[in-house]
Write a protein that binds this ligand. Structure first.
Ligand SMILES: [Zn+2]
Length: 535
């Protein structure tokens, strides 16, 4: 999420989620911090949503009420995806979604007007836009890639030339693949390779794919039709997304081509193509269930061809590897993008970024999306296209950029941008402390100390109980167990007036002293959880 503010008006761009990292165990995802926007909600005139990916729409149900439910401007496809998600939240407000399309010019408020243009991405109906503001025209390309023609020249060049006439003040460009040289592989090559694989396959074909990669899903269905195969979907999200794309006319199919999964067994193996979620090795997704035998109707058969038409999201390498191992163990043939180009990213590589920068010639450039390293690489793309280094900015999350007609200043001012974490159904109730605890637990384990004392005189009523999880196997370490016990007794013994025991004080003593003791003995720092029972 980012936003533009001028006088008493605010325009927000996208409201997505960030996926959890290793440092945030047990967190479903992270949503934008809107504490700056909340008190200014009456100033928010619009949210522009560039496309239907979860990292651009996912936070809407969580934040929309807090920021006064302003109108959302987005494309027809993204609208359906937003509404579908909103419907899963019973208490979320009814949304005011206004459909825009390629080439629309829409007045958003007194100071802001948006001119939309379509861009290529992996999900249908993705738009960039020029935000016309009192200080100049701001261009943002959402997530995009530039398809090249056979000669390696960018397609839709006319559109870019048109944009170059808009005298762009600042351009905001996706940095996801800014470190990848050259052009991204053309979807045409991906489709050709997929078709070759489909032709080669003797048994059933299962394609593991992201459920939002609908442009390719559409192409795969076309190939299936050409090869006289039936298509079935496995996985709720992929089925629903396909249905939305079909109803809106982004995917056109012949009647009877797509069959319910339950009917798949009626067809010969070589007549079947199954599109499935779970190519990231997610434990609860369809592909994993098929492999582990938990799926309702499908099992892997020897001779199946499993095609991973997807990239591996960093962090998922191990689970994908385990999935592939399991598949070959059951006699399937596995194909993935390292073997053959059967996936192409939705994000521009260096040459595409440079093509855009050199045609549009913006005055200022702000690389967005991606880690600082990726954005720095993107800044270099800008320098190579002749944008002065001083005109390229890499702000941190929350950092305020002051934009004037002929300058940009990266201020030292920050708005609150700390992570808001969503854990199950709770929002923001998982703070830093909880995360620190979870991290500690996952790395060092825990020791629970249960101490039962007499309320009257602080005497031990029974021997302290010590339970450990993920630390060391205490049964095999009786010595240390005994040492911890006598340490506990010592701590209590040293308290002068035991008739007025303060349990919190005692807990802190246990935490500190047992913690130090265990650390000295084992070099580890398990979480110490004292429980004091007074009888
Ligand atoms: Zn995207």
């Amino acid at each position: 999420m980012s936003f533009f503010e001028y006088n008493d008006e605010i325009i927000i761009v996208d409201a997505g989620v960030q996926f959890p990292e290793e440092e945030t165990p047990g967190i479903d995802f992270i949503i934008p911090n809107v504490s700056y926007l909340e008190p200014k909600k009456k100033n928010i005139k619009a949210i522009i949503i560039t496309h239907a990916h979860f990292d651009h729409i996912g936070a809407i149900p969580y934040i929309i009420g807090k920021i006064g439910n302003p109108p959302i401007y987005t494309t027809a496809f993204a609208k359906e995806m937003i509404l579908k998600r909103q419907s899963e939240f019973v208490n979320a407000p009814k949304l005011d979604v206004r459909i825009i399309k390629d080439k629309d010019v829409t007045r958003l408020s007194k100071y802001f007007e948006a001119e939309f243009f379509g861009v290529s991405h992996s999900v249908p109906d993705t738009v960039g836009f020029i935000l016309k503001t009192p200080v100049g025209n701001m261009a943002t390309f959402a997530d995009f890639k530039v398809e090249a023609d056979e000669q390696g020249k960018p397609k839709n060049i006319d559109e870019l030339v048109l944009l170059s006439k808009r005298n762009i003040h600042t351009i905001f460009l996706d940095s996801t693949n800014a470190e990848t040289p050259g052009w991204t592989i053309s979807e045409k090559i991906v489709e050709k390779n997929l078709e070759d694989l489909f032709l080669k396959a003797k048994g059933r074909i299962m394609v593991g794919i992201f459920s939002t990669l609908l442009n390719r899903i559409g192409e795969i269905i076309k190939i299936a039709e050409k090869l006289d195969k039936k298509v079935a979907f496995s996985g709720r999200s992929i089925k629903e997304n396909f249905e939305i794309a079909r109803q809106l006319g982004y995917i056109k199919i012949k009647k009877g081509l797509v069959i319910p999964l339950e009917e798949a067994s009626k067809y010969n193996d070589n007549k079947l193509l199954i599109l499935s979620t779970g190519a990231q090795g997610e434990s609860n997704a369809s592909l994993m269930k098929i492999v582990t035998g938990e799926h309702k109707t499908l099992r892997i058969k020897a001779g199946d061809s499993i095609i991973f038409s997807s990239s591996i999201i960093p962090g998922n390498e191990r689970s994908v590897q385990a999935l592939k191992d399991n598949l070959v163990r059951q006699g399937a043939f596995v194909y993935h993008t390292k073997m053959i180009d059967i996936h192409s990213t939705g994000h521009a590589s260096q040459e595409e970024i440079k093509a855009i920068l050199s045609i549009i010639k913006p005055r200022f450039f702000i690389p967005i999306h991606g880690y600082l390293f990726m954005r720095t690489m993107n800044a270099q793309n800008g320098v190579q296209c002749g944008i002065p280094k001083n005109n390229i900015f890499l702000p941190d999350n929350g950092q305020i950029m002051q934009m004037k007609n002929d300058s940009i200043k990266m201020t030292d001012e920050n708005i609150p941008a700390s992570y808001v974490m969503v854990d199950g159904l709770g929002v923001g109730d998982v703070g830093e402390v909880v995360i620190r605890d979870r991290r500690l637990l996952s790395q060092e384990g825990m020791i629970v100390i249960i101490v039962t004392l007499s309320r009257k005189d602080g005497r031990f009523i029974k021997n302290p109980d010590i339970i450990s999880r993920g630390f060391i196997y205490l049964k095999d370490n009786q010595k240390i167990l005994e040492e911890i016990r006598s340490k506990i007794k010592n701590i209590v013994a040293q308290i002068p007036n035991k008739s007025q025991l303060d349990p919190d004080y005692l807990k802190n003593l246990f935490r500190d002293q047992i913690g130090q003791f265990v650390n000295k003995k084992t070099n580890r720092r398990p979480m110490i959880l004292p429980v004091i029972i007074e009888i």
